[in-house]
Design a protein around this ligand. Structure first.
Ligand SMILES: Nc1ncnc2c1ncn2[C@@H]1O[C@H](COP(=O)(O)OP(=O)(O)OP(=O)(O)O)[C@@H](O)[C@H]1O
Length: 236
């Protein structure tokens, strides 16, 4: 489960996230939607421990700032960053050891093959295309065997096969009881994936729905009902 309570974050005088609250139970996929500059990435970075913030973030009811909580979650950033001198396989091994993960060699082989990286295992971080880096970043996050996983614009830069695989992976994680949070602009990419959606606008969550409340309405209808339009705040 992922619990956000009264989360606020300022950049200097600018309040990018203002007293945000939301909750995603075990085994559910939450999507964080909103126009450019709404504050989505700021929330994700706070959860990932990359920014200082006020409020409380709970990972499986444990304070996200603790090592115990950090062991339970994984993060796929919007822009992947690689160790230039490590191979694809070494990236995964690094994560396996750092997290003391019980991921097996067979599971690693399967995920590399799924994302068409099996023949790229010996390539160095600086020899990869952007899409390949994104796939390695996803495999590293999966190698953690997290209880909570954060994906920031995960479909951007992926080829259609990888997008299909990633959607399947998200469903499998959900079925295993993992909590998933996806931040995205691409409503169509998460249309059949979400259990609960949160819409951000100008530093606030302006509304949320769970699948049962949504009835026949699709994500587009719900989103535009809340926002009225798809405008940016002009700040980013
Ligand atoms: N490091 C920073 N310093 C100052 N202001 C920042 C910084 N990072 C983000 N902001 C501002 O905070 C606000 C929220 O930015 P954030 O990146 O969280 O938005 P977002 O919803 O993720 O947008 P996008 O969809 O474009 O990625 C924007 O107005 C942005 O200009």
């Amino acid at each position: 489960m992922l619990e956000i309570q009264d989360l606020s974050k300022s950049y200097g005088k600018y309040l990018a996230v203002d007293k945000v609250n939301f909750f995603i139970p075990d085994g559910q996929v939450g999507v964080l939607l909103g126009p450019n500059g709404a504050g989505k990435s700021t929330i994700i970075k706070c959860i990932a421990g990359l920014l200082r913030y006020t409020g409380r973030i709970g990972i499986q009811a444990i304070d996200a700032k603790t090592l115990e909580a950090k062991r339970l979650f994984a993060y796929v950033p919007e822009i992947p960053s690689m160790f230039e001198a490590l191979t694809v396989r070494e990236h995964i091994e690094y994560i396996r050891r750092a997290y003391n993960s019980n991921v097996t060699d067979e599971e690693i082989e399967a995920m590399l093959s799924r994302f068409d990286l099996d023949d790229k295992q010996d390539k160095l971080g600086n020899e990869l295309s952007k899409g390949m880096m994104q796939k390695v970043s996803i495999c590293c996050a999966l190698a953690v065997k997290p209880k909570v996983i954060l994906l920031d614009e995960p479909m951007v830069g992926l080829d259609p096969k990888a997008i299909k695989e990633l959607k399947e992976v998200v469903k499998e994680l959900r079925d295993q009881g993992v909590t998933v949070l996806i931040s995205t602009h691409m409503l169509e990419m998460v249309e059949n994936l979400w259990d609960v959606m949160f819409v951000m606008e100008k530093s606030h969550i302006i509304g949320s729905y769970n699948k049962a409340e949504a009835g026949e309405k699709d994500l587009d209808d719900l989103f535009f009902e809340m926002t009225g339009s798809w405008e940016t705040d002009g700040d980013s």
